[in-house]
Design a protein around this ligand. Structure first.
Ligand code: FAD
Ligand code: NAD
Length: 160
């Protein structure tokens, strides 16, 4: 099957946008990801999927911890920075949640410890045990058909 057909089809699944972050000996690395899913309520588990060429892969294997930062509508620039879509290096500061680096202003900051990893094809799935969560009251950034989007409130037409 053609790669483009697969990507076009997968792009029809509208998602939020996250930045996964980890640190190795104080050196923080972030990467934009939309392959994120809630897995289990008891225990509280999530999954992320990291490509074999991504630099963050070895860093998560080393640190055994990561955060998932669900981006807000006004954080598209952060998504572009951590996807390498903005080439010039930018200074980004990170807060800490349960010791993990997190992004201020994210809709949700989710601190995780790796509980399992599975190599599947050209990606590694990391199962994260959620250790702490911080929420912010903001609208999310969305990704659909290869483009960033935001939520639009449905306007209701008054019926007579
Ligand atoms: P790099 O390419 O080295 O890092 C990415 C960028 O982040 C670089 O520009 C780097 O300068 C910057 N950066 C990193 N750390 C810092 C820091 N501390 N301060 C400032 N800047 C920093 N790939 C996947 O594997 N899984 C996915 O689920 C996934 N989803 C994606 C969803 C979207 C919407 C997009 C746009 C891309 C997605 N990607 C995904 C692709 C992935 O984001 C890119 O391939 C990314 O460049 C790979 O990052 P890397 O770890 O190789 O690191
Ligand atoms: P795109 O058309 O490449 O992506 C659309 C959808 O296809 C994505 O949402 C994802 O579900 C899937 N996809 C894309 N590349 C994939 C990969 N290498 N492995 C597994 N699934 C993949 O959209 P775009 O705007 O051109 O994406 C920007 C860049 O980010 C591209 O280089 C793309 O490969 C990468 N990306 C990677 C993943 C991933 O590795 N899971 C997810 C999204 C985007």
């Amino acid at each position: 099957m053609d790669d483009r057909l697969f990507r076009t089809a997968m792009g029809k699944f509208a998602t939020g946008v996250t930045v996964i972050a980890t640190d190795v000996e104080g050196d923080v690395h972030g990467m934009t990801a939309n392959a994120f899913m809630s897995v289990s309520l008891s225990p509280k588990l999530v999954v992320i999927s990291i490509g074999e060429k991504a630099k963050i892969l070895e860093k998560i294997k080393q640190s055994q911890t990561f955060s998932v930062n669900i981006l807000a509508a006004d954080q598209q620039e952060l998504s572009m920075i951590f996807a390498g879509q903005i080439k010039e290096p930018r200074e980004v500061s990170f807060d800490r949640l349960d010791g993990k680096p997190v992004l201020a202003g994210a809709v949700a900051q989710i601190a995780c410890e790796v509980s399992a990893e599975h190599l599947e094809g050209d990606h590694t799935l990391f199962i994260g045990k959620v250790t702490e969560i911080k929420l912010e009251d903001a609208e999310p950034l969305l990704f659909y058909s290869g483009r960033y989007r935001t939520l639009v409130e449905e306007s209701t037409i008054p019926s007579n």
